[in-house]
Design a protein around this ligand. Structure first.
Ligand code: NAD
Length: 280
């Protein structure tokens, strides 16, 4: 499944929407510390913003930044009308409580969809700003017309960022969803029953060829470094049995960024009053 190609089309759509909006759209990105991978992700997000006409306001803070300093910046960004979306790149250094920071972001600017208001509204079946990776996965499944109603879906991983929200989105599309995690027993047998399998673990070769039902749709969220090379959570040989599968790189990653751009435009609409925000 070509996430890269699909993401290009979504970016083109977003570019038109931004131009038609008639008001500036701005994404604030906040990077704390010197995590290499985080720096790369933030750079890609800012490049994507530039491509579609979203202004980006970037803030880089040192690894020793206190929670109060970061909360102060978030308060400033909440109040800044030019900033229609706020993204604080995770993970944060150990001295900062991530939950407090996430909760400090104005829910209508929460383009990551991690604020409890947005996560709770998703739980209640009223999706607002939904986390970008799961949104991107749903867009890939829709683009390939993957049947979800009544399908058996297995989500491996239960993080707030990927596992839990993708499980809720699949459930909303009437899939029969199972969530597996590090303490799940009999993962292989669960996997073999899945029509749709989402792996969001962070460990290469978590899903091997013998675990996949022939013809199943396999979504590989994982980003792992193996001998200096990028690898997903799914063994490449799974391609021989899967009906459809996302590659790493070029699958979920580009669609995550495209969905972030979509969320940033949606957030601007909430703030202009063009869209009603159910959580307000
Ligand atoms: P996380 O570490 O928060 O969660 C990992 C989950 O995997 C946990 O719920 C854990 O219970 C489960 N797990 C661990 N070992 C397991 C095992 N042996 N069997 C079954 N389950 C197991 O990670 P996350 O933030 O959800 O990210 C998961 C992966 O997805 C990482 O590789 C991350 O880099 C990647 N990711 C990619 C994108 C993207 O845009 N492509 C976005 C977010 C995360």
């Amino acid at each position: 499944m070509d996430g890269k190609g699909l993401a290009e089309r979504v970016r083109a759509e977003v570019k038109e929407e931004v131009a038609a909006l008639g008001r500036p759209v701005g994404l604030a990105t906040v990077l704390v510390g010197d995590d290499q991978a985080s720096a790369i992700y933030v750079r890609r997000k800012r490049e994507a913003c530039a491509e579609v006409g979203i202004e980006s306001f970037h803030h880089e803070l040192g690894a020793g930044t206190s929670e109060e300093e970061l909360l102060g910046l978030v308060a400033d960004l909440n109040a800044d009308e030019r900033v229609t979306g706020i993204l604080v790149q995770l993970p944060l250094p150990g001295q900062i409580d991530e939950d407090r920071v996430i909760q400090a972001i104005d829910p209508v600017k929460d383009v990551d969809g991690f604020h409890p208001s947005n996560a709770g509204l998703l739980f209640q079946g009223q999706p607002t700003l939904v986390a970008a990776t799961p949104s991107g996965i749903m867009a890939i499944l829709a683009a390939y017309d993957v049947p979800l109603q009544g399908a058996r879906a297995l989500v491996i991983g239960r993080s707030n960022i990927v596992g839990k929200p993708i499980a809720l989105l699949l459930l909303a599309e009437h899939a029969t969803v199972t969530i597996a995690h590090s303490r799940t027993r009999g993962l292989d047998a669960l996997a073999r029953e899945a029509d749709v399998l989402v792996a969001a673990v962070g460990r290469a070769d978590t899903v091997t060829k013998d675990m996949v039902k022939p013809g199943a749709t396999v979504i590989d969220v994982g980003i792992n470094r193996v001998d200096g090379k990028l690898a997903g959570d799914v063994s490449p040989a799974v391609e021989e049995v899967a009906g459809l599968m996302t590659p790493v790189p070029g699958g979920v990653g580009p669609m995550t960024i495209a969905s972030l751009l979509r969320n940033t435009v949606k957030a601007a609409r909430y703030q202009s009053g063009a869209l009603a925000f159910p959580g307000a």
